[in-house]
Design a protein around this ligand. Structure first.
Ligand code: PEP
Ligand code: MN
Length: 358
């Protein structure tokens, strides 16, 4: 549930509300809205709910107490109606601008990263990506350059001034990755690694949480809830495709997830057409579709010579293809504008579960 304080409520009144919440063994979280303070009550409330609501309503400065209907609380639009805008160096994600994260699947050498970065930055990428610790399906595949790769990535941030994003796979890597990178990526295989989620929740770097390849939207938001409730509000969601019965594509890009997420949560949403399709020639149409569906941006794999890539070459585009993609992407983005404020979305009646139809 959340407690809306009235516009004239004092700090002492807000503190009294928080003391009552803490005395019940629950945790209060502030959200300073445009006009008033909202305090979320998080924890296992159970049968205490009606009594707790009346006790909170009786306190000074309290305007209303509203239950949050969703299992995710801090990440829900109900609690936090305004969009979360994540600022990293000069880049902004979630403010209606177009975010384009681009770079190689794996950092293979300083030269390969530099050549790619020069190309994508010249074409308009806003954030640089590159894998240093790689979660590979086969233990015999290239596993990434590790800390050496992180150093090359940090050099590119220094040279270009753009933020860099890379994956962290284990709780004990969080500190070193946070030392070199501006955004921490949690990969699909780790979406429900709760000790990792809690660990990235404790650092000050923004986190991009990719959707688990077998996760429902609710499970994904509950994973985001772990990060936010551990103290890190700067979470970006990335739809990267889910596993279905279809085999022509590596995964199935769930595009409906984009407007659905904007309805359910205030967190920004990025689409990754590379891992979603696994096919170079599908990246352009799916990137355009993602932005047309209201995504805050895309993450795309780019390699100067994709056929020589040590990982994911078949789904990496060339620098020239990236530059061409940017032209179309900007045009689509200009047409679509910012879909977050679409008045249809908040009023849509959403039923959890299937439609009952095949
Ligand atoms: C990646 O972006 O490098 C990656 C491994 O993606 P995913 O976790 O979505 O497979
Ligand atoms: Mn990849």
């Amino acid at each position: 549930m959340f407690v809306v304080m009235n516009a004239a409520a004092s700090q002492a009144e807000a503190n009294a509300v928080k003391s009552l919440i803490l005395a019940e063994g629950l945790v209060p979280y502030d959200h300073v809205g445009a006009e008033r303070l909202v305090i979320a009550v998080v924890g296992e409330i159970g049968a205490r709910k009606p009594v707790l609501i009346s006790r909170l309503e009786a306190l000074g400065g309290v305007e209303s107490v509203t239950p949050i209907s969703r299992p995710f609380k801090l990440t829900s639009r109900e609690f936090h109606p305004e969009d979360t805008v994540v600022r990293i160096l000069d880049a902004v994600v979630g403010d209606g601008s177009l975010t384009v994260m681009a770079g190689p699947c794996s950092i293979e050498s300083r030269e390969q990263l530099r050549e790619t970065v020069e190309g994508v930055v010249a074409a308009g990428a806003t954030i640089i990506r590159g894998g240093a610790f790689k979660p590979r399906t086969s233990p015999y595949s290239f596993q990434g350059l590790g800390v050496e790769g992180l150093r090359y990535l940090a050099e590119e941030r220094e040279r270009t001034g753009l933020p860099v994003i890379t994956e962290v796979m284990e709780p004990n890597q969080v500190d070193i990755v946070a030392e070199y990178a501006d955004i921490l990526q949690i990969g699909t295989r780790n979406m429900q690694n709760y000790s990792l989620l809690t660990a990235v929740g404790r650092v000050t770097r923004p986190v991009m949480l990719k959707r688990g390849y077998g996760a429902t939207i609710e499970e994904w938001l509950m994973a985001a809830e772990y990060i936010v409730s551990s103290g890190n509000p700067n979470v970006i969601l990335c739809e990267r495709g889910i596993r279905t019965f279809e085999t022509y594509t590596r995964n199935t890009l769930d595009l409906a997830a984009v407007p659905l997420l904007h309805h359910l949560t205030h967190l920004p949403v990025i689409v990754d057409p590379s891992h979603a399709t696994g096919k170079r020639w599908l990246i352009k149409p799916m990137s355009l579709a993602g932005v047309a569906a209201g995504a805050d941006g895309i993450m795309v794999e780019v390699h100067p010579r994709p056929d020589e890539a040590l990982s994911d070459g078949e789904q990496s585009i060339t620098i020239a293809q990236f530059a061409e993609l940017m032209v179309s992407l900007r045009a689509i983005h200009a047409q679509v504008g910012d879909l977050h404020g679409d008045p249809v979305l908040p009023n849509a009646v959403l039923k959890v579960g299937g439609t009952g139809k095949l």
